[in-house]
Ligand binder design. Structure first.
Ligand SMILES: *Cc1c(COP(=O)(O)O)cnc(C)c1O
Length: 467
């Protein structure tokens, strides 16, 4: 008997190349500190190294791995470098990588409870754990009327919250108004576009000296909209804005939202993780007023992208807004009403087993281990801020509440741009910028998993000597 022809890797080959692949990842992470943090390639340079046509005959896995080093790595910006201080962190960690790998190995698709009960139940369970870990209001637990779900990103979380808000509101979509601050994330505007609200019905409320939303001005906006016959339906506040890490006043904003029957979404994408530590839980004060909340373990909690934890106070509102039941998805478990089908909590139908990596991370580090890194990063950022304020050539633009320091050279935009360009061209560190009060502002974001004090000291040396 001849074997049927196939092209698969044999189990033995898979083991062999699997070990080699893990070694490749371990080598990469071990050496990443020595690579230029911001990729120095020019547009088109990577594509020019790739063959114009795909291979007709399969190639050896060895050749594929070799091309990683020669073609791909030079075109990477190294988010896992301890000298990565740009944007917000996008951490990974060994347990998270292994959880991701196993998720790929299982290859399950968890659109329904029935299509892999463990995929749904582990997710529900770990998201309930996180409510306790972060000290979030109990209303977000699945044991009551609420519950949590993993979305791919904070952008999707803001969008599904807006869609739920749109469905709950008793007015035509063209009459609906959404609110965030001038510092709210761009994903709110994108959500408004996608959800079909009118672009001119997004209000960007002005902020105070700390770049936090002003409740008095929100109230005024709402009153003006009501007077004009419009229907306020969605307020997105931020715990840790992307530009400057400002914390919006959740208690005051929540009270206004409640009074006017507005869906209140709180976006804690990066900073939410800080609430692992009781001393930082003040950032979530008033969160019981929120209809929905999200934070990104894929930023600052050692879970590799993508993993956004999204919570709602009343899951029926979300499910009503997103539920579909075509004939081909009907099954007994769903009909029994005893299970969660997460396809009704998100935009796509299909979903990956993302809770596995989250579970691995929480089990490996323990709550204690995760807290350790939050405290370390916040302490490093506070120390960095002291160095900035002690140097008369520089100024702090805002008091850093946590692990993001916004600062600038007193010499004006051109000087700051030059410092930034020099730093990033050096490959030694990677920093990004924003505009605050129309002035170019440097952002030192400290949250990469392996960043040590020595990295922050070196960064300040480079910055303070002009890059
Ligand atoms: C990073 C960030 C987002 C977007 O995160 P994604 O998960 O990439 O969509 C949204 N809001 C805030 C405040 C952020 O910092």
């Amino acid at each position: 008997m001849t074997q049927p022809k196939h092209y698969h890797m044999s189990p033995e080959e898979f083991r062999h190349w699997g070990y080699k692949t893990i070694n490749w990842i371990a080598d990469y992470l071990e050496n990443v500190e020595n690579l230029p943090v911001l990729s120095q390639v020019k547009p088109g340079e990577i594509r020019a190294k790739l063959p114009a046509i795909p291979p007709q005959k399969g190639e050896s896995f060895d050749a594929i791995l070799q091309d990683l080093n020669q073609i791909i790595v030079p075109g990477l910006t190294h988010w896992q470098s301890p000298n990565f201080f740009a944007f917000f962190p996008g951490n990974n960690s060994a347990p998270s990588i292994l959880g991701e790998l196993i998720s790929a190995g299982m290859g399950v698709q968890g659109m329904l409870w029935a299509t892999s009960p463990a995929c749904t139940e582990l997710e529900t369970h770990v998201l309930d754990w996180l409510v306790d870990m972060l000290g979030l209001p109990n209303q977000f637990k699945s044991s009551g009327t609420g519950g949590g779900v993993i979305q791919d990103s904070a952008s999707s979380a803001a969008l599904v919250a807006l869609i739920a808000a749109r469905e709950v509101a008793k007015a035509d979509t063209s009459q609906l108004v959404a609110y965030t601050s001038t510092q709210g994330h761009s994903s709110i505007e994108k959500g408004v576009k996608i959800a079909g609200l009118r672009r001119e019905n997004l209000r960007l409320v002005e902020v105070d000296n700390n770049y936090a939303m002003r409740p008095d001005l929100l109230q005024k906006c709402i009153e003006a909209d009501l007077k004009a016959g419009l229907t306020p339906c969605y307020l997105a506040a931020t715990v840790g804005t992307t530009s400057s890490n400002a914390i919006d006043p959740i208690p005051e904003l929540g009270a206004i939202a409640q009074k006017h029957n507005i869906w209140f979404h709180v976006d804690g994408a990066m900073s939410g993780t800080a609430a692992l530590c009781p001393e930082f839980r003040w950032i979530h004060q008033g969160l019981e007023l929120a209809d929905s909340y999200c934070f990104n373990p894929h930023k600052w909690m050692m879970v590799n992208f993508d993993c956004n934890c999204f919570y709602v106070k009343d899951r029926t509102k979300l499910i009503k807004a997103l539920s579909i039941m075509p004939e081909f998805l009907k099954n007994q478990a769903t009909a029994s009403g005893e299970v969660i089908d997460y396809r009704d909590w998100q935009i796509p139908l299909g979903r990956r087993f993302r809770s596995l990596k989250l579970w691995f991370v929480i089990r490996h580090y323990g709550v204690e281990g995760l807290k350790h890194y939050v405290r370390k990063h916040v302490a490093l950022a506070q120390e960095f801020a002291q160095w900035v304020s002690a140097d008369s050539r520089f100024e702090l633009v805002a008091n850093p509440p946590l692990n993001l320091v916004c600062f600038r050279h007193q010499g004006g935009d051109e000087v700051n741009q030059l410092i930034l360009d020099n730093l990033n061209a050096s490959g030694k560190i990677y920093l990004s910028s924003t505009k605050l009060d129309h002035k170019l502002t440097l952002r030192m974001s400290i949250g990469q998993a392996t960043t040590e004090k020595i990295n922050v000291e070196q960064a300040w040396q480079l910055i303070s000597s002009g890059g």
